[in-house]
Design a protein around this ligand. Structure first.
Ligand SMILES: C[S@@+](CC[C@H](N)C(=O)[O-])C[C@H]1O[C@@H](n2cnc3c(N)ncnc32)[C@H](O)[C@@H]1O
Length: 387
């Protein structure tokens, strides 16, 4: 990927960009082999490469500059404001939408927040796009509600200029701390969710819910997890009960349930657990659109849910945040003993620490999905089988 900001030393966010992409991928695979060496032998599949640019569905822009000349980007290590509206990680239309957003900031006289002086209103602009429809979700992170009325006044003009913007919201983040967003969200459009579709599965993104950063590779990841489950089923392992812990808006569970139903004609019972209530509402909406009736999504702590359970599912899917599953959840998985686990992780170190704790499981296969090209991070999907 050619990036003028990186070449000029203005932005170093893509830490591995100086390495050719093939070298990056080989290095990540090498690291995976090293970190999982203690669990050999297992089948290591070829890594799944990302597009080198335009793969990120979401931009998180700090608002800098002045009311008359806003900058959307970052403050770099030299303490300079860098405009990243043309960052090549984003799909091609982001730059046009950022230009329209800057016009809107000028028109509505939204003063960029100044951290040192603790003055100004607009802290961040968060822009997401559905890869399937090309439509956008736009969020303004503000210090207060002071400019709510003026934003509402000029919003129709922005929506007329960029009709692809489907959802607009204001997030209130009154703290002077470097927090990206606060708890309160005010949705300004009739549409409240951005509809994405990966493979044939609809996924509904609400302003605050998590979504995988690289939708094309997320589609490959979910499809692979479902394919592995179908293969096990075809080898005579019926999956009546599936749990999807840390399910977010339902990507893994919905793919598994719909593919297993399509192949076997029998719908498994799917239980999805996620801490964010908005994500659970999205997962329920998608399940109903898919015609899946044997589903139960609940807004709960995954560890508390597993701790209260008396019976194991046939297949357990887990996709925790970077910290991993942790001791308590590993202990309950060991107590419950599901026959199969699909563990997808964005942190190979916490993945290895958890597998080391799950002594009654054997690592059968692993595959790297390069969701985070040009960084040291990657997603790894593993299949674990009870010994
Ligand atoms: C890496 S994301 C995976 C989401 C989803 N599986 C996907 O593919 O988009 C981790 C998810 O775990 C959720 N989460 C964090 N802590 C949790 C907890 N203690 N219990 C349940 N869910 C939690 C987050 O809100 C986030 O949606």
């Amino acid at each position: 990927m050619q990036c003028a900001h990186f070449m000029a030393g203005r932005c170093q966010s893509c830490q591995w960009l100086a390495q050719p992409y093939a070298t990056q991928l080989a290095n990540k695979q090498h690291q995976l082999v090293e970190v999982l060496a203690a669990f050999a032998p297992f089948q290591l599949l070829a890594p799944i490469a990302s597009s080198e640019q335009g793969f990120r569905y979401k931009a998180k822009m700090v608002v800098l500059g002045t009311t008359d000349a806003p900058i959307l980007g970052i403050v770099n290590q030299q303490n300079e404001a860098v405009d990243l509206a043309d960052c090549p990680l984003y799909p091609e239309h982001f730059a046009d939408v950022f230009a329209a957003i800057k016009d809107f900031i000028v028109l509505a006289k939204l003063q960029p927040y100044q951290v040192q002086q603790r003055c100004g209103e607009l802290k961040f602009v968060l822009l997401s796009q559905s890869q399937h429809s090309g439509r956008f979700m736009l969020r303004f992170v503000l210090r207060s509600k002071n400019h709510l009325a003026v934003i509402q006044k000029y919003l129709p003009r922005l929506l007329a200029q960029v009709p692809a913007i489907a959802v607009v919201s204001i997030n209130l983040q009154p703290q002077p701390a470097a927090l990206l967003e606060g708890a309160e969200e005010i949705v300004l459009t009739t549409e409240r969710l951005l509809r994405e579709q990966l493979n044939q599965v609809p996924l509904y993104l609400s302003p605050q819910s998590f979504f995988q950063t690289n939708p094309s590779l997320a589609a490959a990841l979910y499809d692979t997890a479902a394919t592995w489950a179908v293969e096990l089923q075809q080898q005579g392992e019926p999956f009546e009960q599936i749990w999807d812990l840390f399910c977010g808006v339902g990507g893994f569970g919905l793919h598994l349930a719909s593919q297993l139903t399509a192949v076997t004609g029998q719908q498994p019972t799917l239980t999805g657990i996620e801490i964010a209530a908005a994500a659970i509402a999205s997962a329920e909406q998608a399940a109903s659109e898919l015609g899946l009736t044997q589903v139960r999504f609940q807004a709960l702590d995954s560890a508390a849910f597993a701790h209260a359970a008396a019976q194991a599912p046939d297949l357990l899917v887990v996709n925790p945040p970077r910290r991993g599953l942790g001791d308590a959840l590993c202990a309950d998985i060991t107590r419950l003993q599901p026959r199969f686990m699909l563990y997808s992780s964005c942190n190979v170190h916490s993945l290895a620490a958890d597998i080391a704790q799950l002594k009654s499981y054997r690592l059968v296969k692993a595959q790297l999905f390069d969701l985070f090209a040009h960084s040291s991070h990657a997603e790894v999907l593993t299949l674990l089988v009870r010994r």
